[in-house]
Ligand binder design. Structure first.
Ligand code: HEC
Length: 123
């Protein structure tokens, strides 16, 4: 009897948690393997988390401090600047910055920029 009561309480707690979270868009973070990332792309993802994630969403079209980078290389042109969406232009933006976006040429090596670009191609 007592354990049945306890189970019932657990159910209520779970139900309340589910209801509270049904409106929130916090999604479980996918692992590198689930995203099918190779070693280079996974390294780029860690750089992204460290340097880019605070301003750009990778897996949602929602804007943060700046535009989402979801599908950034899937279109021909970048949404904000209208520049061609290729490694050259995006690499340049990362290294030298642009308007309100800081430059990361000091923080990252050329190899790291390449790793980051490889990851951005998976978005
Ligand atoms: C402090 C916030 C901030 C951080 C951190 C940041 N960005 Fe940006 N980013 C911006 C802003 C603001 C713009 C828009 C610049 C402009 O006016 O064209 C931008 C633009 C861009 C663009 C061009 C978008 C377009 O449509 O033209 C790319 C690509 C980009 N960022 C990638 C990155 C990457 C990769 C990183 C991590 C290395 C990063 N950003 C880190 C704020 C940020």
């Amino acid at each position: 009897m007592r354990s049945a009561f306890r189970n019932w309480r657990v159910l209520v707690i779970v139900a309340v948690a589910l209801i509270m979270c049904s409106g929130c868009d916090v999604q479980r973070r996918k692992s590198d393997a689930e995203l099918g990332l190779n070693t280079q792309q996974a390294g780029g993802r860690r750089l992204y988390d460290q340097y880019c994630d605070r301003c750009h969403e990778p897996y949602s079209s929602r804007d943060k401090k700046a535009r989402s980078l979801q599908g950034v290389f899937k279109k021909q042109f970048l949404p904000e600047s209208g520049m061609p969406a290729n490694d050259e232009r995006v690499g340049e933006i990362i290294v030298t910055g642009r308007n309100m976006m800081p430059a990361f040429g000091q923080a990252m090596s050329q190899q790291q920029v390449q790793d980051l670009l490889a990851y951005l191609h998976t978005l």
